[in-house]
Design a protein. Structure first.
Length: 321
């Protein structure tokens, strides 16, 4: 018996009805963007089975466990700040091994140190009784030495099998520098050598103020041209990092200009020689104006001058008629 084909609208989803049966409804398939949970679980099980079936070399598990333990220990060391301690312990064991075969430092030839003691130089270089000559880094030792403010230059030489030579060039104490109420010792280049003043340095010239240390050498070279002023100077004060004031030993303040400081000092030196200005009863000398010198008297001198001026005034003449 032939098929009787009967068509129905497409939207109904009904397929042609065969002659011997009921019409069949079409199955609609919608495209999926991803995989369902069932597919993912099947893939995971399949991958896990492959991993189980895989044949790994012997000892891989032990190595992986050791790697995990070492990673944990390393993380704990770094996190806890113990890395430096471990490195020092390693260096100590390394130096001990080198010393045991005759590569210890038996003698150190030291030269150039005047203000620093032998112990201070060796400590700055990182050399102690356990340091081996083999593993001593001379470049690192030189850099460590130069971190000491007293040491301007340094050389370190290894003389095998057991000798070390260290030569240093020290800075010289040049002046005292006062800043924020604290006085320290500085070198000619402005380096602070000591944050305090030892008794041996109390006779050095005193510079005061922010930036005074860096300009101390330049100002001192200028003052060398005027010994009559230099010998009376107790301190030099840098004002606003622009100009200088002088505090003399007798308490007089000398205010210098920002520009043409040499010309102002020349005028002052002439007044000192010709008028004995520093011997007068004054408290301040102002040289900031280029065309004049202003002098401020002490209170006693000002009162005496006022009385003298009053005495010089003529008395009014005449009387009662």
């Amino acid at each position: 018996m032939a098929w009787i084909r009967r068509f129905v609208p497409e939207r109904s989803g009904v397929r042609p009805v065969p002659a011997h049966g009921r019409p069949q409804r079409r199955r609609s398939f919608k495209p999926t963007l991803g995989q369902g949970p069932g597919d993912m679980s099947r893939r995971a099980r399949r991958l896990w089975g492959c991993l189980i079936a895989m044949e790994l070399p012997r000892g891989v598990g032990v190595m992986a466990t050791a790697l995990i333990i070492l990673s944990s220990v390393a993380w704990g060391v770094v996190r806890g700040g113990h890395l430096a301690v471990i490195v020092d312990e390693f260096k100590g064991a390394r130096d001990l091994a080198a010393n045991s075969v005759g590569l210890r430092i038996a003698a150190v030839a030291l030269s150039g140190n005047k203000h620093l003691t032998r112990e201070e130089v060796l400590a700055a270089a990182g050399v102690n009784g356990r340091t081996s000559l083999l593993f001593l880094d001379v470049g690192d030792a030189r850099l460590r030495l130069k971190t000491n403010p007293w040491i301007a230059e340094a050389t370190v030489q290894k003389l095998y099998p057991d000798r070390l030579r260290i030569a240093v060039t020290e800075r010289e104490a040049y002046a005292l520098w006062q800043k924020d109420g604290r006085v320290g010792v500085i070198a000619a280049d402005g380096t602070v050598l000591e944050p305090y003043v030892s008794r041996r340095f109390t006779g050095l010239p005193l510079f005061v103020g922010e930036g005074a240390a860096a300009h101390a050498k330049e100002f001192s070279a200028l003052m060398e041209r005027f010994p009559v002023i230099r010998d009376e100077m107790r301190a030099a004060v840098l004002v606003a990092e622009r100009r200088w004031n002088l505090r003399l030993k007798n308490g007089i303040d000398v205010r210098l200009p920002e520009a043409d400081m040499e010309g102002a000092l020349t005028r002052l030196a002439g007044l000192v020689r010709d008028k004995q200005l520093f011997d007068r009863d004054i408290v301040a000398i102002d040289l900031r104006l280029p065309d004049r010198v202003t002098v401020r008297l002490s209170e006693a001198a000002a009162a005496a001058r006022e009385e003298a001026q009053k005495a010089k005034k003529p008395k009014p003449k005449g009387g009662n008629a």
